[in-house]
Design a protein around this ligand. Sequence first.
Ligand SMILES: [Zn+2]
Length: 341
Amino acid sequence: MFAPLFFLLAATLPGPQGVDHVVVVSVDGLRSDALVFAGEKSLPNFHRLLSGASTLNSRTDPDAIVTLPNHTGMLTGRLMKGKEGHGWTSNASEIPPEITLHDGPKRHVSGMFEVAFSNGVRTFMAAGKGKFILFPQSWPDALSETHIRSLDSRENLRLFETDLTDSFLAHLDGASGPTLSFLHYPGSDIEGHSKGWKLQKDSAYMKSISGIDLELGRILSAFAERQAAEESCALVLTSDHGGGASHHGHSAKPGLWVNYIIPFAIWRSDGKAEGELYALNPRNRKDPGIRNPASRNGVAPPIRNAEAANVALALLGLPPVPGSTENAAQNLNWLTAPRGN
Ligand SMILES: [Zn+2]
């Protein structure tokens, strides 16, 4: 029943950007300076992604530095607060089965998976925290293929994250047309909360980031194979929040810079994304320095993790998420020559 519609729509793809496969990767609790501290030798794959169009001075939601509200932002292209906000404020671990992002029939909160699905793009989510079940519950048709798990023991972290990558790569292998995926690695957040967010060689936090670097390497290898077969791929890297300095938690110090400064990178297998993102977007985005600007202050906004949804759709050549506010004009440039010229 679905197949004829799929082929009809797939005939119009890929769009002008020409990317066949897009994955948004969120590394939970990744403070930007951890990538600087460890350097290119220790984290070659993170640094390869940063060699695309990137910034280490991206921002979380201005009013939330916890997991679920920020991931909701990445998937919906909205901030948490305000009339146009996604409105999801909870970071609860358990999401009851009847709960969704929507407010009954009164208010539907769209996401990038709905736009992709309605345009014949196959969707997938792999996530390392059970609370991500909120998203397939909210968009059951548009996001029917998922691999959502919670870690049972910190001892099993490496295998657990390898399994998340496996599920994504299996989905990629099984797809015949364009795909849009979301992949969440929880390790850095889990280690940061239990052992501290320490920028020290061999700290549990830094080791977990090294582990995720290996997973990114597997994805980049798979993308290189696709590119050799003339299928282009793109990876959008960001995070939901940084890490709480010497504090084990981060909610105690929401205003501390280390909690809201995160990376944002757009990497393309065809090389068509390169440069510092603020330099590439001098009119539409403003480097906030060390500040955490409010959501709407009349000037160009910083680059935020909530731009991921509309960047991903633009990479696929698709329109923005209905009702979205972050990068809703899809004007975030990722090439020195402005896109479309
Ligand atoms: Zn988190």
